[in-house]
Write a protein that binds this ligand. Structure first.
Ligand code: SF4
Length: 356
């Protein structure tokens, strides 16, 4: 990671409030997700959003698909503690209703609303309540003339963003967040990087329709990791066809690998023919434990004396495997030798004592 690049880039983005969460500027990257429940089903949706909030979502987006959803939004907002973004396509009256209901942000593309009067109405409503608008450019739904001139390229996506942005800026509205997404990793990276050079608005980053858990996580890590490395991205979502809890875990792990989120680091080796204790079971159990016991400790679980002591010493707490046993390290020093059947308990006890 190059923190200098990241800090410099963040200084350039505008700071925007989404409810009580500030994005842009030098703020840490904010984790978002989108609810699956239809907004009309308020009880289930509130339950869903509150679960995501517990699992690390800082902003949650909901779809406003019809009148029933628009009318239900207020109840959902009252029942949840994270800022709620209303995702609207085409129908500007839903945007007006969402503003009235207390949405923290509206996701709508002004170019798709229709007339200038309708755009004006949405902008005035958002201005009155200091609600930002996210413009979301998707490579799959670019304007025909841009496709004709530029093809499905980063340039076309940025030009599309420029058109939508201009419609808001013409109304004196600058409380804008942008996203430029594609299911293609390189196209997303190119478009978002070009957007970062072109605009100073905060950028929401993500690979859209990234796919099932394994492929989607790798594609997202490749694309979003590249952007984060260059200091680009003020909020992020990892979109998986695998359930939101997996998305949130992937977001946290990705951000933590750039020191942008406090999460435990579990270092473990791939094992080889030198392994002489039941390390796989230990790693699995420790990983499960860390999922439900928040800490920002660095823990190493290593196979043998080749790389084990080095990694275990560098970690806050570590195990270097031996023959059916392991050496327990705390703060770089060997504490004791533990038989393999007691290693998990010894490690957890060390973690809990360390946290106190
Ligand atoms: S630490 Fe030991 S067991 Fe693990 S991969 Fe390296 S040499 Fe193999």
């Amino acid at each position: 990671m190059n923190p200098v690049i990241i800090m410099n880039r963040r200084e350039l983005t505008r700071k925007i409030m989404v409810g009580n969460v500030q994005i842009g500027g030098q703020n840490k990257v904010v984790i978002q997700t989108m609810a699956r429940t239809k907004t009309e089903d308020t009880k289930a949706l509130i339950r869903e959003i509150n679960t995501y909030a517990t699992e690390g979502a800082q902003i949650v987006r909901v779809a406003i698909f019809d009148d029933a959803d628009a009318s239900a939004l207020k109840t959902v907002i009252e029942g949840t503690s994270v800022p709620i973004v209303a995702d609207i396509h085409f129908n500007h009256t839903y945007a007006l209703k969402a503003v009235d209901a207390g949405a923290a942000k509206i996701r709508i593309n002004p170019g798709n609303i229709g007339s200038k009067e309708k755009i004006k109405a949405v902008v005035e409503a958002c201005k009155k309540k200091s609600i930002p608008i996210r413009i979301g450019i998707n490579a799959g739904s670019l304007e025909k003339d841009l496709l004709k001139t530029h093809g499905r390229t980063a340039k076309a996506m940025v030009e599309s963003a420029r058109r939508h942005v201009k419609l808001l800026e013409d109304e004196g509205f600058y409380d804008i967040v942008l996203s430029l997404k594609a299911s293609d990793v390189r196209l997303t990276v190119d478009a978002t990087m070009l957007a970062a050079k072109t605009f100073d608005y905060p950028l929401h980053i993500g690979i859209t329709e990234a796919g099932p858990a394994y492929q989607g996580t790798i594609k997202s890590a490749a694309g979003l990791g590249t952007l984060l490395y260059h200091g680009i991205g003020d909020t992020l979502r990892i979109s998986l066809s695998a359930g939101r809890l997996k998305e949130l875990k992937a977001c946290k792990t990705l951000l933590a690998s750039f020191d942008l989120y406090e999460a435990p680091t579990l270092i473990s080796c791939p094992t080889c023919g030198r392994l002489a204790y039941d390390m796989d079971a230990l790693v699995g159990k420790v990983e499960t434990y860390l999922d439900t016991h928040p800490t920002n400790l660095k823990i190493a679980v290593m196979g043998c004396a080749v790389n084990g002591p080095g990694e275990a010493r560098d970690a806050d707490i570590g195990v270097a495997g031996g023959h059916k046993e392991g050496l327990l390290f705390i703060n770089g020093a060997i504490v004791k030798k533990v038989p393999q059947e007691n290693l998990y308990e010894a490690l957890i006890e060390a973690i809990e004592t360390y946290k106190k």
